[in-house]
Design a protein around this ligand. Structure first.
Ligand SMILES: Cc1cc2nc3c(=O)[nH]c(=O)nc-3n(C[C@H](O)[C@H](O)[C@H](O)COP(=O)(O)OP(=O)(O)OC[C@H]3O[C@@H](n4cnc5c(N)ncnc54)[C@H](O)[C@@H]3O)c2cc1C
Ligand code: SF4
Length: 470
């Protein structure tokens, strides 16, 4: 075996998978996982642990794969992560644990993500579930939002013995894991829901269809519902648009709406009646992971798909793996191209998109070279649907209905990084609601930090004999 190279992982054939929603990556078999685990050098000062935002003891769990004790491997991961099967599939490992792996210095890094996925899938199939051992604390915590931040916070607090209720605006828990990331990257019934179930098995309660800021305010949670602390993990689900002429035409969607219809409301399945456009030619504007997900979904629904991105391929913010998969499946990339207008027919339906060619100028504030339009280079791409994927920001509903809760100029809640403390007593926050759109693992890390902050806060209150002093 060539130890400088990763053990390859099986994937569905690109031509076949471009027409179905089954998972692209098929994961390691036991033999493959053991072979890949044997590449780990079990470093004393393991850099991979520092590269992991939730500091999973990576060499320890990998060694347990070699010891053939997968249950122990799952327990080690479970000490730091409540969503290992999710993270093994969607974390940007190349810029985190694998990005600093010592094996990567003279070859390819250990395939840490695929090993994590192997262990988590094994644990699910063998029904290994987490346990609560702490004494009940008799204090109630409300968690707003059931995405990775809310789930991680709720799970950690339940393990400490707090009574936790998650309030979720949508009819299904999971946040972006359920409504954003498509089935072909992250299966819902097989992977996401069982990991949410594991959090609920810790004693966490969840109430769906409850919009905080409408159904209840945060003040109501303290004053009328008797909660002692609140964690806000409401994400960043408000889509941005370009503000170009024609953006209100029929057939222009935000990636969020398009993906929610397909993922959460199951429009991709023949047995659901959720309407979704199955355009002939779709242009997706943007170059991040969300744009890749929208493009690959549209492709599977039968369209020819163009991704329009204003910088060059080297600057595409999406994961390299996602871009590679999208290209393999037949998505066409129009880079150094920017929309200037959306054109519609006499009935107001999209018939094309006017774009201009760009070139790269001097670096901007982000350090990336600024895209500059090339005068007179405009042309039209005929299409019947446009999906805007330009980023998202936090919804202002909670901040506008909660007195004393500070937000910054990007409308993100201001919260301490170490423990999630906000400007409002007893209110903690973390995840995309605080950072703006980021990643699953960073949101989980922030949820865990919030749980630590809430535990410190409520422990102090217990010791002082004051409960729910809001
Ligand atoms: C399409 C897409 C693909 C992505 N791909 C990746 C990827 O491959 N890898 C990766 O690491 N990250 C990816 N991300 C980013 C990642 O999913 C997010 O950073 C992460 O989910 C943020 O977690 P969160 O818990 O902060 O928020 P969310 O996951 O957004 O969850 C917030 C929850 O709060 C609920 N909520 C909002 N307001 C209220 C309210 N007022 N009352 C009650 N509930 C409320 C929402 O309905 C939602 O369920 C992707 C994001 C998208 C949109
Ligand atoms: S840095 Fe790489 S080789 Fe070293 S312990 Fe971590 S995974 Fe193993």
């Amino acid at each position: 075996m060539d130890k400088t190279k990763k053990v390859p992982v099986a994937e569905q054939d690109p031509h076949e998978r471009a027409t179905n929603f089954k998972e692209v990556c098929l994961g390691y078999t036991y033999e493959e996982a053991v072979a890949e685990a044997s590449r780990c050098l079990d470093c004393k000062n393991a850099r991979c642990i520092k590269g992991c935002p939730v500091a999973i003891n990576i060499p320890a769990f990998i060694q347990q794969i070699l010891n053939n004790d997968i249950e122990k491997a799952a327990q080690i991961i479970g000490e730091s992560s409540c969503l290992p099967a999710v993270c093994g599939r969607v974390c940007p490992q190349e810029s985190q644990c694998e990005g600093v792996c010592v094996r990567g210095i003279k070859g390819e890094a250990v395939s840490i993500g695929k090993l994590e996925r192997f262990v988590a899938d094994w644990a699910r199939e063998h029904k290994v579930t987490p346990k609560v051992t702490a004494e009940p604390k008799n204090q109630k915590v409300a968690v707003i939002g059931s995405g990775p931040a809310g789930l991680a916070c709720a799970g950690d607090l339940a393990k400490l013995g707090y009574e936790v209720t998650i309030f979720e605006a949508l009819h299904e828990p999971g946040g972006v894991l359920m409504y954003g990331i498509p089935e072909f990257r992250l299966p819902k019934d097989g992977v996401v829901l069982p990991e949410i179930e594991n959090v609920l098995k810790l004693g966490v309660k969840i109430e769906t269809n409850v919009v905080i800021g409408k159904t209840f305010t945060i003040d109501d949670l303290f004053d009328e519902e008797g909660f002692d602390a609140v964690f806000i993990g409401s994400g960043a689900g408000l889509p941005m648009f370009m503000g170009i002429p024609g953006e209100n035409a029929n057939g222009v969607f935000s990636a969020n709406e398009y993906l929610t219809r397909s993922n959460l409301m199951k429009a991709f399945r023949d047995d659901y009646y959720t309407p979704i456009t199955r355009g002939k030619k779709i242009c997706v504007v943007g170059g991040g992971n969300v744009a890749m997900d929208a493009a690959r979904t549209a492709l599977r629904l039968g369209a020819q798909v163009h991704v329009i991105y204003r910088r060059s391929e080297a600057e595409l913010p999406a994961r390299v793996e996602e871009v590679h998969h999208a290209k393999e499946e037949g998505v066409i990339f129009d880079v150094l191209t920017n929309p200037t207008e959306i054109l519609s027919d006499e009935k107001g339906w999209v018939k094309g998109i006017k774009v201009i060619r760009m070139e790269l100028g001097e670096p901007d504030d982000s350090g990336r070279r600024r895209p500059v339009p090339i005068e007179g280079s405009e042309y039209i791409i005929d299409c019947d649907t446009v999906i805007m994927s330009l980023g998202t920001s936090p919804n202002p509903l909670i901040s506008s209905t909660t007195k004393g809760l500070d937000i910054n100029k990007r409308r993100c809640i201001v919260a301490d990084e170490q423990v999630g403390k906000t400007s409002r007593e007893g209110v903690f926050a973390g995840g995309d609601a605080v950072t703006g759109a980021a990643t699953v693992i960073l949101a989980m890390g922030a949820g865990r930090a919030g749980a630590r902050g809430i535990d410190e806060y409520l422990t102090a209150k217990r010791q002082a004999g004051t409960v729910n002093a809001n």
